[in-house]
Write a new protein. Structure first.
Length: 204
């Protein structure tokens, strides 16, 4: 398969590349690095990406930015960052990609555990992740031509604890290679409209 991997140079993206790259043709995409460049917060950038790449079989998005901060200090601009980037950026990857994805192709997006297992200062992530998962479930029943869509909702990644550990006290991290298996299941499986929770459940 010809697979577009958005966020290919990130911690999860590298693990997904290592997993799926054993069996498929991966096109790595980063904001400033990779074989192709795209800023998912900019629809025109996404359009240019698809025009350059042409028809493809699957898209995996492992990227998306949100702001972390106390609820009472949050500004509209800080909320807008997550809404424009992680939420609408991934929605636009799907909506603009429909004209280019082959019949029976798939989209795999990334949410996260914070909409169901919240933490302090994670309000934007909770809001955005819930929106992504709602979009996936809703889109799955309307996508044409046998196209599938799923999301991966990972726990905090072991390799990223240096940056995120203060936010995730008491959470058990998962190695990026384990998280990557959720993306492989989505791309290489047959399910649609699913949220694959990797390394966590609703109770922990």
């Amino acid at each position: 398969m010809k697979i577009i991997l958005i966020g290919a140079t990130g911690t999860i993206g590298k693990a997904v590349h290592a997993e799926l790259g054993q069996r498929h043709d991966i096109i790595p995409v980063g904001r400033n690095s990779g074989d192709q460049h795209a800023d998912i917060a900019d629809p025109d950038s996404i359009r240019r990406l698809y025009a350059d790449i042409g028809p493809f079989d699957a898209l995996v998005s492992t990227t998306g930015t949100v702001h972390f901060g106390p609820l009472t200090e949050f500004t509209a601009e800080q909320f807008d960052l997550g809404l424009r980037d992680k939420l609408m950026g991934q929605v636009n990857l799907v909506m603009l990609g429909l004209a280019h994805i082959r019949d029976g192709g798939s989209f795999t997006l990334t949410s996260g555990l914070l909409n169901e297992n919240p933490i302090r200062q994670g309000i934007s992530a909770a809001l955005v992740n819930g929106g992504i998962e709602g979009f996936v479930r809703g889109a799955a029943i309307e996508l044409p031509r046998g196209i599938r869509i799923n999301a991966v909702s990972p726990t905090v990644v072991e390799e990223a604890l240096g940056r995120y550990a203060p936010f995730f006290r008491g959470f058990k991290p998962a190695p990026a290679r384990d998280v990557a298996l959720g993306y492989a299941k989505s791309v290489e499986g047959a399910q649609t409209g699913r949220i694959y929770r990797i390394g966590w459940s609703r109770d922990n």
